[in-house]
Design a protein around this ligand. Structure first.
Ligand SMILES: Cc1cc2nc3c(=O)[nH]c(=O)nc-3n(C[C@H](O)[C@H](O)[C@H](O)COP(=O)(O)OP(=O)(O)OC[C@H]3O[C@@H](n4cnc5c(N)ncnc54)[C@H](O)[C@@H]3O)c2cc1C
Length: 475
């Protein structure tokens, strides 16, 4: 039996619920599922609004969700894939400031693409002069001939129309398949916004002729990173401030929408008036008992990939070169590697970067791109050496793998219709699905977006304020 804030007992008995303690000081009972950035951002905002009648339930034994970190037995700290902190929202800035203060390092991005035997500064399409002559020519010609992309077309068509044949063949197509693990013609291209640098041929030509680097593109060209504890430190600290109303190891296995009751894996139950869910929305539909067939069918149209994060710790001094790099070619299993000791020395044992270095890699998988987990750590380690990220054959001090089954919500062509079916049905029943996989909108899939969605939904349910970030697709 859960005893909620204010000590009011809440329980269910066979055959029906006892509505004990449902309303506290006239405040509706808000239950939040998930202690990731969105759920915690929501909880913090509810507190700020003076709404005390909330409870956050989390399946894991800790907070942070996809943005949590783990320290392995050898003393290396890893994130769930390369996370950098940058923000579009004052709400996220204030939260970061409140919980981290000066305990952050500030970085300028130094990012490259591995192409054959060389490093090309990111973005690839802005720095063609680093490519072998014949490839640079092919890319330049393609850009000049490209008619220009129409964002209402599928991603494969958009890429070719925007960048032409050369850049598409040498970078865009192979790289995007390595990340998304989804054929580009299944994807829409409306999400590209800040995520893909679009360049016209005049700018590319200028770079080629003037031999100048063009590396400042994008919102993450400067970023911060926690001085200790990895990205997860932000949410560990935030959760500590809210811990009285957070319950861990609480896996939601069923939602009874008519009676507004949650059931947990251990058989216990809990009532809500308003449910804010940050679990993947396809799984949410799966546990809502009364979800009609069209909702279940729509949920099947939502596609995602998974990622294996493999971290390799070396007994070799850290190199102060790249922050992270991209790998479009199949010479490595991973699509990205991160120089994790550069983000913070505390990511290696005893913060001793004269002795240790650490590389975090991401390798995607899906039905379209099966990736064997067997031997992946060894393949990744060999890939880091083959790409020249690591020189020589330094002693491997640690190999750590995290399996992230829900990593990227894929913006497929069918996604928006599916979401437009699912969300309204849920909201009519007081269920709000928000966050990276709760909204299933990659274009609002970063930590700052997740926090902002959490803040906005708190304001909506308490004050009736319109949400500023989340909306139905095409609204
Ligand atoms: C490889 C990778 C790289 C990324 N890089 C960046 C980056 O550089 N910068 C950036 O800002 N963001 C990045 N992100 C995105 C960032 O991780 C997410 O934006 C953020 O974690 C989303 O927060 P959320 O609260 O919406 O969801 P989540 O973090 O997924 O949290 C959801 C929570 O719900 C819990 N839950 C799920 N099901 C249940 C259930 N049935 N019962 C109870 N609890 C449940 C989960 O355990 C989890 O804790 C990256 C993500 C990935 C995967």
């Amino acid at each position: 039996m859960y005893t909620g804030p204010g000590g009011l007992a809440r329980r269910h008995e066979a055959g029906g619920s006892l509505e004990l303690g449902h309303i506290l000081n006239d405040q509706p009972r808000i239950v939040i599922v998930g202690a990731g950035p969105c759920g915690l951002g929501c909880a913090r905002e509810l507190e700020g609004l003076g709404h005390k009648n909330w409870h956050l339930v989390e399946r894991a034994p800790h907070a942070g969700g996809l943005a949590s970190s783990v320290t392995d037995p050898q003393g290396f700290t890893w994130d769930h894939g390369g996370h950098v902190v940058f923000s579009h929202f004052g709400e996220f800035d204030r939260l970061l400031d409140e919980v981290m203060g000066d305990d952050v390092h500030r970085h300028e991005r130094s990012s490259y693409i591995r192409f054959d035997d060389r490093w090309v500064p990111y973005p690839f399409q802005n720095n063609l002069r680093y490519l072998p002559n014949e490839v640079a020519y092919e890319c330049m010609l393609g850009l000049i001939e490209a008619p220009g992309g129409d964002p209402t077309t599928d991603f494969a068509t958009w890429m070719r129309a925007t960048f032409g044949d050369g850049i598409t063949k040498h970078f865009m197509e192979p790289y995007n398949f390595k990340v998304w693990a989804t054929p580009a013609d299944r994807m829409q291209s409306m999400w590209i916004g800040e995520r893909v640098a679009v360049i016209d041929y005049k700018r590319a030509l200028k770079g080629l002729i003037s031999q100048e680097d063009d590396v400042a593109w994008g919102p993450n060209n400067t970023f911060v990173f926690p001085a200790m504890g990895g990205t997860g430190e932000i949410y560990r600290r935030l959760a500590l401030k809210l811990e009285e109303n957070i319950s861990y190891n609480r896996l939601v296995v069923s939602v009874d929408a008519p009676t507004k009751t949650l059931r947990f894996e251990d058989g216990s139950e809990e009532d809500y008036d308003i449910l804010i869910s940050t679990m993947p929305i396809d799984l949410l539909v799966g546990v809502v008992q009364s979800a009609p067939d069209p909702l279940r069918e729509a949920a099947k149209d939502l596609e995602h990939n998974g990622v294996y994060m493999v971290g390799i710790g070396y007994e070799a001094p850290f190199k102060d070169d790249m922050s992270w790099s991209y790998y479009p070619q199949d010479t490595t299993p991973f699509y990205r590697s991160t120089n994790f000791a550069k983000y913070s020395p505390s990511n290696v044992p005893d913060s001793d970067t004269t002795r240790y270095s650490a590389y975090m890699t991401e390798t995607s998988h899906s039905g379209y791109k099966p990736t064997s987990r067997e031997g992946l750590e060894e393949d990744v380690e060999a890939g880091l050496r083959a790409a020249g990220v690591v020189e020589g054959r330094p002693e491997v001090a640690s190999m750590h793998l995290e399996d992230i089954p829900y990593a990227y919500p894929v913006p497929t062509i069918k996604r928006d219709a599916a979401l437009s079916t699912i969300h309204p049905w849920l909201m009519e029943r007081g269920i709000y699905s928000r966050g990276r996989f709760g909204s299933w909108r990659y274009e609002m899939g970063n930590m700052d977006h997740a926090v902002k969605m959490g803040v906005d939904i708190a304001r909506r349910v308490v004050k009736g304020a319109p949400e500023e970030l989340w909306s139905l697709p095409n609204e």
